[in-house]
Design a protein around this ligand. Structure first.
Ligand SMILES: Nc1ncnc2c1ncn2[C@@H]1O[C@H](COP(=O)(O)OP(=O)(O)OP(=O)(O)O)[C@@H](O)[C@H]1O
Ligand SMILES: [Mg+2]
Length: 351
C-alpha cells in the first residue's frame, strides 16, 4: 500500500478524472482497506466529482469551505502555516467519508477536499520554507506526509492506499504532494504538446535535463540536499485516446513518443522506477517495459461527462438516459465498453 501522486506538468490531461476513477475503483475492489484521496489542487475538481459532481459536489465543497476552520486541505494548511515545524497532529479533522455525501462511492473511501484558498496560502507556505530552522525546507515538504500519518493514526492502521490529485503547475503545493508520494502516475493526452510536458516533469522532479549544462530545478537540488525521497515512476497513462480508426495511428505515435522519453529514463536511471507487481522480474526489453509501465484509457465521451458530472464512477455507471443539469442525455453501452475494461486494468495495477 502506497501513496500515489497523479501529476503531469500540463493541464487537462485527466489528473482529476483519473484520481476520481482510480480511488473509487481501488476502494471498491479492496473493501477491507481504507482509501484516502487528498486534493492538492485549488480547482478541487476531483473533490467535486467524488462528492457528487457538478451540482451536489460543488455545493458540498462550498459548504465545507465556509466552515471555520475550513473542513478541507486549506484548513489543514492553515494549521501548518501557524505551526510549520511542529506537527499539531490535527490532520484527521479534515478528512471525511465520501459515501456520506455521495451514495455512488464505496464506504471505505475518504477525502481531504481541495479548496481554491490554497492559491492564496501558497506564498505563506513558501515563506515557511526559508528562513527557519536549518531543515525548514524539508519539514514543510513533509506536511502532507504528516497529514496522511495523522489520518492513518486516527484509523489505527499503518496501511492505507492514498491518491494525491495535483495542480498542473509546479507550485509549492505540487511540491508538497510529490514530497509525500511514494509513487508517481503520469497521465498524458494525445496532443503534440504532451511530450514537452513529460520532459518538463522529468527535469523538474528528477533533474533529468535534455540540454547539457541546463540549470537544474531547485526542487530536485533541495530534495537531494535535504534527503527528501522522490516518488518512483509507477506508470504513464495515455488518457482520452480516442478509438476512431482514422486517427488511431496518430495517437499511437504520441504514445510511442512519450514512451521513448520514459524509456530513455529507464535505460539511464532504472532506479527511478517502481517495478511492479511486487515480485515481477525487471523488464528486459521495450515490450516488457511497456507492459509494466504503460497504460491507456480511451475516451468514453458522454459516459465520461455523465460520470464526472454526477459523481458516479465509470465502473458503477449503467447505460441509459441520465439527467445532467436538467438535460436528458444518453449513455451508450458502447461508450462504457470502451473505458470500463481499461479502467479496471489500471486500477488493478495499483498495489
Ligand atoms: N478518459 C476520459 N474520457 C473522457 N473524458 C475525460 C477522460 N479523462 C478526462 N476527461 C475529461 O477531460 C477534462 C479534463 O480532465 P481533468 O479535469 O481530469 O484534467 P486535469 O489534468 O485534472 O486538468 P487540470 O490540469 O485543469 O487539473 C474533464 O472534463 C474530464 O472529465
Ligand atoms: Mg485537475
Amino acid at each position: 500500500m502506497a501513496t500515489y501522486a497523479i501529476w503531469n506538468n500540463k493541464g487537462g490531461v485527466g489528473k482529476s478524472y483519473l484520481t476520481f476513477q482510480l480511488a473509487c475503483e481501488y476502494a471498491r475492489t479492496h473493501p477491507g482497506e481504507r482509501v484516502l484521496a487528498v486534493d492538492l489542487c485549488p480547482q478541487a475538481n476531483s473533490s467535486g466529482m467524488l462528492l457528487g459532481g457538478m451540482e451536489a459536489g460543488e455545493q458540498t465543497l462550498d459548504e465545507l469551505s465556509s466552515r471555520t476552520p475550513r473542513r478541507n486541505i486549506s484548513g489543514y494548511m492553515e494549521d501548518r502555516i501557524t505551526s510549520p515545524y511542529v506537527n499539531p497532529k490535527r490532520g484527521s479533522g479534515y478528512v471525511l467519508q465520501v459515501a456520506s455525501f455521495n451514495r455512488h462511492v464505496p464506504k471505505n473511501l475518504y477525502l481531504v477536499p481541495g479548496d481554491e484558498q490554497l492559491e492564496v496560502q501558497a506564498s505563506r507556505v513558501l515563506a515557511a520554507t526559508n528562513p527557519g530552522p536549518p531543515d525548514a525546507w524539508r519539514i514543510v515538504h513533509t506536511w502532507i506526509s504528516d497529514l496522511i500519518a495523522d489520518v492513518k493514526q486516527s484509523w489505527n492502521t499503518k496501511d492505507a492506499t492514498v491518491f494525491l490529485d495535483c495542480n498542473p503547475s509546479f507550485t509549492i503545493y505540487t511540491e508538497l504532494a510529490l514530497g509525500a508520494a511514494d509513487r508517481l502516475i503520469i497521465p498524458f493526452s494525445s496532443d503534440g504538446s504532451s511530450r514537452r510536458a513529460v520532459r518538463a516533469l522529468l527535469a523538474l522532479v528528477y533533474g533529468i535535463a535534455r540540454q547539457q549544462g541546463a540549470q537544474q530545478s531547485q526542487y530536485f537540488l533541495n530534495a537531494e540536499q535535504y534527503r527528501l525521497p522522490l516518488p518512483d515512476i509507477y506508470c504513464y497513462v495515455g488518457n482520452r485516446l480516442t478509438q476512431y480508426i482514422k486517427s488511431a495511428q496518430a495517437f499511437k505515435a504520441v504514445v510511442r513518443a512519450i514512451g521513448d522519453e520514459i524509456w530513455d529514463v529507464w535505460r539511464s536511471n532504472s532506479n527511478r522506477f517502481y517495478v511492479h507487481p511486487s515480485g515481477a522480474l525487471i523488464p528486459s526489453g521495450r515490450k516488457a517495459f511497456e507492459r509494466m509501465f504503460q497504460a491507456e484509457i480511451p475516451d468514453a465521451n458522454t459516459a465520461s461527462v455523465v460520470s464526472s458530472s454526477l459523481g458516479i464512477p465509470i465502473l458503477a455507471l449503467t447505460a441509459g438516459i441520465k439527467s445532467v443539469a436538467g438535460k436528458e442525455v444518453m449513455v451508450n453501452q458502447s461508450q462504457l465498453d470502451r473505458q470500463q475494461p481499461a479502467m479496471t486494468a489500471l486500477a488493478r495495477m495499483i498495489e
